[in-house]
Design a protein around this ligand. Structure first.
Ligand SMILES: *[C@@H]1O[C@H](CO)[C@@H](O)[C@H](O)[C@H]1NC(C)=O
Ligand SMILES: *[C@@H]1O[C@H](CO)[C@@H](O)[C@H](O)[C@H]1NC(C)=O
Ligand SMILES: *[C@@H]1O[C@H](CO)[C@@H](O)[C@H](O)[C@H]1NC(C)=O
Length: 289
């Protein structure tokens, strides 16, 4: 330490000293610095992320706090971050550009927050991301380009949110996807859902909790996906909702019944005329007699 203090007379050397400061001095007081690259700030009731960490931090654990936002420049300073755990905080939105320099991020846990929407390209630069946990939020809107560029993503958790529909383009943009969770959402089984239904059917091996855990509502009633089949959505090729479909079936049936009744009525009338006319003749015949 002594030579260092000596050099500190010059501002340049002082800066050098700062860079080689012992770990403890840059570790935020509320956190535990487990090693040079891992900082644990969990369960501290923090309202925001502490703003001074060693610059080469790789693993940041900040679950179970009350953090309301991810600083927009977090990945600008801590570009080596590989693992970010913000589970069970109070995040309500993700600022555009937050992940624009997160090129090394592999694991991101944002579950148990209050996120309501995911915008296009929000994770765009996180090309190395392998696991993205967004379960137990309040997501109702996921843009079809929300997962753009996530070429390495293998695990995606969207369970227990507020999703009524989801564009399959969002899922089709994930070439490495192996596991997905979609259960616990108020899916509506209309024709918009049909595409997702077919996607789930084709990718059922990727549904972690199994297709039988996913429910959707059909006119106030909740049905499990495995109770539905392709046929349930077969009419959706004409982009009709199931209600429209039911109306069409109903009107079809009504028209057929009406047709049957009217032909029956016509037949009866014709028959009647037919019967009435000869009877007149017979009367005349009888009169003749
Ligand atoms: C969330 O964190 C709070 C402390 O902030 C804790 O009491 C609670 O059990 C945690 N909930 C979950 C689901 O982890
Ligand atoms: C999420 O928001 C709801 C209502 O807006 C609030 O009651 C709840 O405490 C929030 N949850 C968290 C974890 O901040
Ligand atoms: C979920 O978000 C909606 C708005 O999209 C809001 O009205 C509702 O209070 C939120 N619920 C919770 C539990 O945060």
């Amino acid at each position: 330490m002594l030579p260092c203090f000596h050099f500190c007379i010059s501002p340049l050397f002082c800066f050098c000293c700062l860079l080689i400061l012992p770990l403890g001095l840059l570790c935020p007081s509320v956190c535990t610095c487990l090693d040079y690259h891992t900082i644990d700030c969990r369960d501290q009731g923090l309202p925001s992320l502490p703003n001074l960490f060693p610059l080469d931090i790789r693993k940041l654990l900040a679950a179970n706090n009350h953090i309301q936002s991810i600083p927009g420049d977090l990945f600008l300073f801590y570009a080596d971050l590989v693992y970010l755990d913000l589970r069970n905080n109070s995040l309500t939105s993700l600022e555009e550009g937050t992940f624009s320099t997160s090129t090394r991020l592999v694991f991101l846990d944002l579950s148990y927050n209050n996120l309501t929407q995911l915008d296009a390209g929000i994770f765009k630069s996180a090309e190395k991301l392998i696991k993205l946990s967004l379960g137990n939020n309040n997501l109702s809107e996921v843009h079809e380009d929300a997962f753009e560029n996530l070429e390495s993503l293998q695990v995606l958790e969207l369970n227990d949110n507020n999703l009524q529909s989801l564009s399959i383009s969002a899922l089709e943009s994930l070439p490495s996807l192996r596991t997905i969770r979609l259960e616990g959402n108020p899916w509506i089984c209309d024709c918009e859902f049909a595409n997702l239904f077919f996607w789930i059917d084709e990718n059922s091996n990727k549904i972690q909790k199994g297709v039988e855990e996913i429910q959707c509502s059909l006119e106030e009633r909740k049905v499990f996906l495995h109770e539905l089949s392709d046929i349930s959505f077969s009419e959706c090729k004409f982009t009709l909702s199931l209600t429209d479909f039911l109306i069409i079936i109903f009107s079809g049936v009504a028209v057929s019944i009406a047709a049957i009744f009217s032909s029956f009525f016509l037949a009866t009338t014709v028959h009647c005329f037919h019967r009435c006319a000869p009877s007149k003749d017979e009367d005349e015949d009888e009169d003749d007699d």
